[in-house]
Design a protein around this ligand. Structure first.
Ligand SMILES: Nc1ncnc2c1ncn2[C@@H]1O[C@H](COP(=O)(O)OP(=O)(O)OP(=O)(O)O)[C@@H](O)[C@H]1O
Ligand SMILES: [Mg+2]
Length: 350
């Protein structure tokens, strides 16, 4: 076995197996039939026997060479593809019609390289997006600092306020990115406890009133008094509610209304944040929860949005084993809903 393993190609291995098999068969026929069973004609026809053996082995070798070539082609293709992937070309795929083990390996290889390609694309997009998002506030800050140095601008409170806002935006972006990466890597373990959603929603609503004092949007809360508590990390759910409400208030024009409601069903609680804003065109709905995805990048960026809020919401809700989704009728408003598991103690008490 070890001797066979030292051979460099599958073709060579098959060839030696054939030669060994034919040799053993010849020896068996000659020795057993000729000397043990005394079939005398065999002993007299050694040369013919050798000739037939050599002919058989030759034909088998040619066929094996041909079959092995076809069988191992996907393996050679994969080796070549891996070398190219090592150089950063992730678009490599292997073509094969075979359904045997080699074919299955080729299919698994194709799936793996498609996944690597996707991961690589996301990585590049992330770096490009982060770079772009960091560039805007940094350029603005630099422009102000240069103007101050040149004496074009004076360090009055208004200018300093603008600079402070830019540096706050930078800080917020970095915090959001760190949060998201910790959430996605599971580095931030959830501290689950029984959380009563009523008081939590009230708390977030008053924070929103302070954060967006002149939004001119009516905030409404509809939480059933007998709503069971959920099993969740209070801080994280606070973050989700804040992100959703902040979006709703930000995108709803003055005079509109934002409603938070929650209801329990089959061991989960559904929390809904509905607004009377412009709504979201249906083609954007599936991508809304991706990092940096914005329906109208210019508008969102003008208002300081970076498109990470909903990605964080999704990571948090999924870490709780829940789901989050958006529905919208353009022109009428949007509804964001997420579900959380009910705390088990409550279920048994009820
Ligand atoms: N209630 C809403 N009404 C209309 N569009 C919305 C609403 N909520 C979110 N969107 C759209 O989804 C995009 C992504 O939202 P997300 O919260 O992830 O980012 P953002 O609010 O722009 O920035 P960030 O939350 O990181 O500050 C928004 O830019 C906006 O286009
Ligand atoms: Mg947001």
């Amino acid at each position: 076995m070890t001797l066979l393993q030292r051979l460099p190609t599958i073709r060579a291995k098959l060839g030696s197996v054939i030669v060994i098999a034919v040799g053993l068969t010849l020896a068996f026929v000659y020795l057993i039939l000729g000397y043990v069973l005394h079939v005398f004609q065999i002993r007299e026809h050694l040369w013919e026997l050798l000739f037939a053996g050599a002919l058989g082995a030759g034909v088998a070798l040619v066929i094996a060479r041909w079959v092995a070539r076809g069988m191992t082609q996907p393996l050679r293709d994969m080796a070549r593809a891996v070398r190219r992937m090592e150089m950063g070309d992730y678009g490599q795929r292997v073509h094969t019609d075979s359904v045997d083990e080699v074919g299955q390996l080729a299919q698994a290889f194709n799936r793996m390289s498609a996944e690597l390609e996707q991961v690589e694309r996301l990585r590049r997009e992330l770096v490009a997006n982060v770079g772009h998002e960091l560039k805007t506030p940094i350029s603005a800050l630099r422009a102000h600092l240069e103007n101050l140095l040149d004496g074009v601008e004076r360090p009055d409170p208004a200018t300093l306020q603008v600079m402070l806002a830019q540096s706050e935006r930078l800080g917020r972006l970095v915090d959001q990115l760190l949060d998201l990466s910790r959430l996605e890597s599971g580095e931030l373990p959830l501290r689950r406890e029984e959380v009563a959603l009523g008081p939590l929603v009230e708390e977030v609503l008053s924070e929103i009133r302070v954060a967006r004092p002149d939004a001119g949007v009516e905030l409404e809360r509809r939480i059933a008094p007998d709503l069971p508590p959920v099993l969740a990390d209070r801080e994280r759910i606070h973050q989700v509610l804040f992100n959703l409400l902040d979006n709703a208030v930000r995108f709803t024009p003055a005079g509109g209304r934002v409603t938070v409601s929650a209801e329990g069903r089959d061991g989960v609680v559904d929390v809904r944040v509905a607004d009377t804003g412009p709504g979201i065109p249906p083609e954007h709905l599936p991508r809304l929860f991706e990092r940096f995805y914005r329906v109208d990048p210019a508008r969102s960026a003008r208002e300081g949005g970076t498109g990470i809020g909903l990605a964080i919401c999704r990571s948090v809700v999924e870490a709780h084993g829940g789901r989050i989704w958006a529905e919208s009728v353009p022109g009428e408003g949007s509804v964001f809903t997420f579900e959380l598991p009910v705390a088990p103690a409550t279920e048994t008490r009820r």
